[in-house]
Design a binder for this molecule. Structure first.
Ligand code: NOJ
Ligand code: CA
Length: 708
């Protein structure tokens, strides 16, 4: 049994360094001294912070605070210190249930400032701010102590991030309902223009609130020695934070996702907000490697985590995504689900989740060592949901007449695998809330232990959205309820993750970005996601597409997946997730059994990870050691053709490995020749250097089996 536990926690209250009661600055340094954060209360009693890295300013003085509803909305000026600031030095290590590394160091210096002011009605207002300064970034959060009233309604948060220069950014537009965008790469000063002309780029923003609006995690680059990333950690009972850029001052300001009445959050006091985080490094790989987001989340409270396991899975899924078959059992439309008799309805002949087809997948997945098989379209309602905004469609318990719920689960278990449940909520959160317990109980009864949930369409009832406080509460409620039933969760279209998987390790995946199911994505996309979306937690990216000409098996589909076969193998390494899918059809894996071998072999849980080289939007190369064997795996993905001399100096000296190398053939190209790959074998040790060629949209994957 594995426990998430803190091995050591040494903390000491330090002598205060230059922090006086009023008027003067408090300075906190990272343990290695390279990052320095200064907190100041300016002349108007406005709290602000600034940050330097290796002596250079990387965040200029930036204001902090809130506006609240009521007669005196000002919660951001007129403050003075309520007591002496407190600093602490923390150095601890914790053990994740699953992850890129088997131990994580949590080392920082902290500062807590306690502020107070008199509101216009004479009442006392209190605001505390916590700062943490790590070697790879800074973070702060607000603590609003109890102060007479039980709750407070926040109308806006005013946390600024004043940028040091016109940095390069990899960003997606602000949107309250989706993160499924291709990334833009531009200077900060170009964001507004690109957002204003978004439809010209085919990048239509649905509910962009402001032309300066972007989502986090936001990847930034200054010079070749400055990489930064702004995100949030531990988003609990609060709206997701967008950023709005004032491009005259190059200052981002927090912009919280609104409730239908326009307010942002109503919080019970005392309350702590999510952390606002700026990751900072002098190499791009520093941003990939930092664990700051998980470190800022609370340790898990689960005493037993033995039921949480990494999962490699296949699915009755790609055939529907590509249009080869359907989720629905009939072609009926606009009926009343409550009275519709499926047993009398005419099947459409294209329903994929039928017992015979599911058995075929079970046989294949079991024979090839997979843990689970996802089945979508198993339950009634698929004819009558999409785009209709009906509040009550799915009940999550009634199978279609051709899906043998008990028989298929028994069959899967007899072969040593489990079925994975699917709950499409159609965005109707009240409906799902009402069914969750029953649905999870059904899962327990039939032996499911993982659910893929989804929130397609507008969140219902109308006026709600995907990232406001109410929706955020629901996503966490579902994770907690699932945990009560020992169920792992992979939620699509839910809010971008913020490291909550440390506290709730049954959150093994999210989508929350463009995944493989969006088939036309640019060849840069996979080289950006690990710098952005993945900073908050794993993504159910669903790689492993071997047959890229989708029309070749799904009649009428004109799309091409833009990735080489070697790229699709490399993604299993460059995009870490404890939940990994082999998304293509069994018959396509049978066509390329030699390349499929890598998907069968690759672990999904690691004891060590080393980011070797990377540039956002260009390429990523990573080496990882299996958690359950001494074997190493190395993988890469590239946007444009890339040649790299790979050194294996991360291997222990004196140990030889048998290498199997899956690479792009010289003529491979994601668009013109995606399926050209070569597999070679040989011996590799710490002194080996290997030239690697990655095609456009290409990549590579290497398995290193220890010999001696
Ligand atoms: C969108 C999800 O991302 C996809 O994976 C799923 O198949 C469909 N919704 C249907 O629920
Ligand atoms: Ca989706």
């Amino acid at each position: 049994m594995r426990h998430l536990l803190s091995i050591a926690a040494i903390s000491a209250i330090l002598a205060m360094q230059g922090c006086k009661q009023t008027g003067s600055d408090c300075v906190v340094s990272s343990p290695d001294g390279n990052i320095r954060l200064t907190f100041a209360l300016n002349g108007d009693g406005k709290p602000s912070y600034s940050v330097t890295f290796n002596g250079d300013t990387v965040v200029r003085p930036s204001l902090m605070g809130f506006e609240v509803s009521g007669e005196d909305p000002d919660f951001r000026s007129g403050f003075k210190f309520a007591s002496r600031p407190v600093m602490e030095d923390v150095d601890s290590v914790w053990v994740p249930v699953w992850g890129e590394n088997d131990t994580i160091v949590n080392r920082y210096q902290s500062l807590r400032v306690a502020l107070e002011k008199k509101a216009s009605d004479g009442t006392q207002r209190r605001l505390d701010i916590d700062f943490r300064v790590y070697d790879d970034g800074i973070a702060f959060r607000y603590l609003i102590p109890a102060q007479g009233n039980d709750s407070l309604t926040i109308t806006e948060e005013y946390s600024e991030f004043a940028m040091p220069a016109d940095l390069t950014a990899w960003w997606i537009p602000g949107d309250y309902d989706t993160q499924e965008y291709e990334y833009n790469r531009s200077r900060l000063s170009e964001i507004r223009g690109i957002n204003e002309n978004a439809d010209k780029l085919g990048n239509v923003s649905q509910t962009a609130f402001s032309p300066g609006g972007v989502q986090t995690s936001l990847m930034l680059k200054g010079s070749d020695s400055l990489y930064m990333n702004i995100h949030e950690a531990a988003l609990v009972d609060y709206p997701a934070m967008h950023l709005d850029l004032d491009d005259t001052t190059l200052t981002f300001r927090s912009w919280l996702t609104p409730m239908p009445d326009g307010t942002k959050a109503t919080v019970a006091l005392p309350f702590r907000t999510p952390w606002r985080v700026v990751m900072i490094g002098d190499e791009a790989t520093d941003i990939l490697a930092t664990d700051i987001i998980y470190n800022l989340n609370d340790p898990t409270k689960f005493e037993d985590t033995s039921w949480i396991t990494p999962v490699k899975y296949m699915g009755v899924w790609w055939e529907m995504i590509t249009g080869k078959s359907s989720w629905s059992y009939t072609d009926a439309e606009n009926f009343d689900l409550a009275t519709f008799d499926y047993t009398k309805a005419r099947p459409n002949g294209r329903h994929a989740a039928n017992t015979a087809n599911v058995k075929r997948y079970i046989d294949f997945a079991a024979a090839n060592g997979f843990d689970q098989l996802l089945i979508e379209g198993w339950n009634t309602g698929w004819e009558d949901w999409f785009g209709k905004e009906k509040e009550f469609v799915f009940d999550f318990v009634t199978p279609y007449p051709d899906f043998d719920l008990k028989g298929l689960n028994d069959y899967a278990h007899s072969k040593g695998i489990r079925l994975m449940m699917h709950h499409e909520t159609s965005g109707s959160i009240p409906n799902y809330e009402q069914w969750m317990d029953t649905a999870y109980t059904l899962m327990n009864n039939y032996g499911y232990n993982a659910v893929k949930s989804g929130y397609v369409g507008n969140i219902l009832p109308k006026g709600q959205n995907h990232y406001n406080q109410q929706s955020i509460r629901h996503y966490l409620n579902a994770i907690r309820k699932a945990a009560d039933h020992k169920i792992m969760v992979n939620a699509h279209e839910a809010v971008r993750p913020t490291g909550l998987a440390r506290t709730y390790p049954n959150l093994v995946g999210n989508e929350s970005a463009l995944g493989t199911e969006y088939q036309n994505m640019s060849t840069a996309h996979e080289t950006i996601l690990p710098f952005t979306r993945l900073k908050g937690g794993p993504m159910d990216f669903t790689p492993g597409i071997f047959r890229t000409d989708l029309g070749s098996f799904a009649p009428g589909n004109k799309e091409h997946k833009r990735a080489t076969t070697a790229n699709q193998l490399g993604v299993y390494l460059t995009m870490y997730s404890p939940l990994q899918m082999a998304a293509d059809l069994p018959e396509h894996y049978m066509e390329k059994a030699d390349a499929f071998q890598f998907i069968k072999d690759v672990p999904v849980d690691w004891s060590k990870s080393r980011y070797i080289a990377a540039e956002p939007g260009e390429y990523i190369i990573v080496a990882r050691r299996d958690k359950n064997s001494p074997d190493w795996y190395v993988g890469g993905v590239a946007n444009e053709p890339t040649d790299y001399k790979l050194s294996f100096d991360f291997l222990p000296q004196g140990t030889t490995y048998e290498a199997t190398i899956y690479a792009d053939a010289p003529e491979a190209d994601a668009i013109t020749n995606p399926e050209a790959y070569v597999i070679t074998t040989g011996e590799i040790d710490a002194d080996t250097t290997l030239p690697i060629h990655m095609a456009r949209g290409g990549g590579f994957a290497i398995r290193l089996q220890q010999k001696n």
